[in-house]
Design a protein around this ligand. Structure first.
Ligand code: UDP
Length: 338
């Protein structure tokens, strides 16, 4: 298939590009580089030995999107593009709702106009909100999100369900990601946060590298085995493979399916710190601090539906995640900026 990746220069998208190409697909990228760099696309080209058609454009720009669909026979789209910083979304709700909803709507309208009806969407476990129980299953009722970023994912899910319901020839897969970490084994592509990282693993790697003095552990009084928050960390290459399987599924089915992509195993913040220190032989100094507003005790997936529908399951270990994240950090101390 020829697959368009919106936000194709981002962390999960670049890894997905590599996996799609090695599975025999062709890819086209559109990205406005608001939170990514063209160098990431260049590195995917280097890893795959391919020239990848890529456009610097905003998915909200209908004329630019029409041009891409006119210039390429697109079979399916993976919609990665979107603003994704939780704290920023609380401070700038209108920007988040405008950008994330507008881009999803413009994309669907463009797809419909060009007769492209296969769509895989980057959703998030954040749509489960504060869960009553874990592991999280796709059929559980979502009681509400804790920030505007999460609400945009929730609302786009609802929009896409409506699209698939109104026209049963659409095929939509909503992938609810848990916590993607790690990097490609080559050390050439990885996570490249702007400024101070929000997420745990990039923060750990920057502390281990001496770029930040210590990790702030957000609370040690949660209802978990050591009091720190428990999450379902998944290697980004496993996650990327899930997209390849979701595209194959979308090609053979119609309707709309929600699918968790997680390992089903939860690790605490301190589990992650200890594993990182052990695997890489480095120190990660930390300080226990207050809870971060909106955080939940524990969040991990029931991954059974992904196995049943896609034949997918996570294969990489916690050691792989720690080792690959550290290799990326060591080989690229300043990310894609040389
Ligand atoms: N966390 C932490 N310090 C940090 C960043 C994260 O203690 O600097 C904790 C956070 O409270 C949560 C876990 O690490 O329990 C994962 O947080 P992250 O922001 O990576 O992902 P989330 O699950 O919140 O989307």
């Amino acid at each position: 298939m020829n697959i368009l990746l919106t936000g194709g220069a981002g962390f999960i998208a670049t890894h997905t590009c590599v996996e799609l190409i090695s599975a025999g697909h062709d890819v086209v990228i559109v990205d406005n580089y608001v939170n990514s760099q063209p160098e990431a696309v260049r590195r995917v080209e280097e890893l795959t030995g391919r020239t990848i058609p890529h456009y610097e454009a905003d998915v909200c720009d209908r004329a630019a999107m029409d041009r891409i669909f006119s210039e390429h026979a697109i079979d399916a789209v993976i919609h990665f593009a979107g603003l994704k910083a939780v704290g920023e979304s609380v401070a700038q709700p209108l920007r988040y709702y405008r950008n994330n909803l507008d881009s999803a709507l413009t994309l669907c309208e463009t797809m419909a106009a060009h007769g492209v009806k296969r769509l895989v969407f980057s959703s998030s476990a954040t749509v489960y909100g504060v869960p009553d129980e874990v592991p999280l299953r796709e059929d559980m009722f979502c009681k509400g999100c804790t920030n505007p970023y999460g609400w945009t994912k929730y609302m786009i899910e609802k929009i896409l369900m409506g699209v698939a319901q109104a026209d049963p020839s659409w095929s939509v897969v909503l992938l609810r990601y848990f916590n993607p970490v790690g990097a490609h084994e080559s050390g050439r592509i990885g996570e490249n946060p702007n400024g101070l990282p929000n997420n745990l693993m990039p923060f750990i790697t920057k502390v281990a590298a001496g770029q930040l003095p210590h990790l702030n552990v957000f609370g040690d009084d949660y209802n978990t085995h050591d009091g720190t928050g428990v999450r379902d960390y998944i290697h980004v290459v496993d996650l990327a493979r899930g997209h390849v399987d979701a595209c194959a599924y979308a090609a053979g089915h119609s309707g709309c399916e929600i699918i968790n992509l997680g390992t089903g195993v939860g690790y605490s913040v301190l589990d992650m710190v200890q594993a990182f220190e052990r695997v890489n032989g480095v120190k990660v100094p930390y300080v226990i601090g207050p809870r971060r507003p909106g955080d939940v005790d524990a969040c991990f997936a029931d991954p059974a539906k992904a196995k049943r529908l896609l034949g997918w399951e996570a294969k990489k270990t916690l050691e792989d995640m720690c080792r690959d994240a550290w290799r990326w950090q060591c080989m690229n101390p300043n990310g894609y900026t040389t």
